[in-house]
Write a protein that binds this ligand. Structure first.
Ligand SMILES: NC(=O)c1ccc[n+]([C@@H]2O[C@H](COP(=O)([O-])OP(=O)(O)OC[C@H]3O[C@@H](n4cnc5c(N)ncnc54)[C@H](O)[C@@H]3O)[C@@H](O)[C@H]2O)c1
Length: 248
């Protein structure tokens, strides 16, 4: 058991990736707090579930306080919260921009700000953010999402430097295309999956969320004790480049 005795807070814990992260961390002995925007069935029997709108700073602070009061100090914080909302240039509204940025970026920062002091007091901790291939590549129809995820990537690096002296490792996992509710409009589209398969060197269309959970577990484990500020791509080679098959 690689995480025996550890207390983990997973945001977006009832989402596709969050659920698998929860299962994986629990299987390694962690005690879990799962936070999401609405109540739902927990993937892990004895996890505590919390409802919080993590676009709001006051909710981030309330969540950190409640989890600490219920479970004690948090050792591991995994930010799986997120929304993908299309935003084409001429159609992007302030509301659309704010949802993408507040949920994917602002709330993540303020939850870390609320949790890190208790990690500092106990001598360290692990924080893992879920970025995206869209943190490093532009997608023309998702400008606000790209801005938020690119911001989250560089925020991860800045926080890694700020918190490393306190024994806190801050890292990110950058998923490629994962089969979850967020991407249902795409993985149910055969033409989309076909073109993705030609573009990726692995010839695969999509990955399952377990692939991300495995990378999160590594970054939470003692094996990653000296890893700070990385953005670990789990993307079937997407960011390595476009496969030759895409041009044939
Ligand atoms: N699925 C993919 O292909 C993919 C690719 C790259 C990055 N990601 C990132 O991975 C993370 C998890 O995505 P997923 O695929 O599991 O999506 P998902 O929609 O299944 O899960 C996201 C979860 O976040 C929760 N959430 C949304 N807004 C919230 C709010 N304001 N407060 C609290 N919770 C809120 C949702 O309720 C949901 O449970 C996200 O950050 C996403 O951007 C996903």
């Amino acid at each position: 058991m690689r995480l025996a005795g550890k207390r983990a807070l997973i945001t977006g814990g009832l989402g596709g990736i969050g659920r698998k992260v929860a299962e994986r961390l629990a299987a390694e002995g962690a005690t879990l707090a799962l936070a999401d925007a609405a109540a739902g069935e927990s993937p892990v029997a004895d996890a505590r579930c919390y409802v919080a709108d993590l676009a709001r700073v006051s909710e981030c602070r309330r969540l950190a306080d409640e989890v600490r009061a219920d479970l004690g100090d948090i050792d591991l914080l995994v930010n799986c919260v997120g929304v993908f909302e299309r935003s084409e240039f001429d159609e992007t509204t302030e509301e659309n921009w704010d949802r993408n940025v507040d949920i994917n970026l602002k709330g993540v920062f303020f939850l870390i700000q609320a949790v890190a002091p208790q990690m500092r007091r106990q001598g360290g901790g692990r924080i893992v953010n879920i970025t995206s291939i869209a943190a490093s590549q532009g997608f023309a129809t998702a400008q606000a999402y790209c801005a938020a995820k690119g911001g989250l990537l560089n925020l991860t690096r800045a926080l890694a430097l700020a918190l490393a002296p306190d024994g806190i490792n801050v890292n990110a996992v950058a998923p490629g295309f994962i089969r979850t509710q967020m991407t249902e409009h795409q993985w149910t589209d055969d033409a989309f999956i076909g073109s993705l398969g030609r573009m990726l060197a692995t010839r695969k269309g999509y990955m399952e969320p377990d692939a991300i959970a495995a990378a999160v577990l590594f970054l939470c484990s003692d094996d990653a004790a000296h890893v700070h500020g990385v953005n670990l791509g789990v993307d079937d080679g997407w960011l390595a480049g476009i496969s030759g098959a895409a041009f044939t």
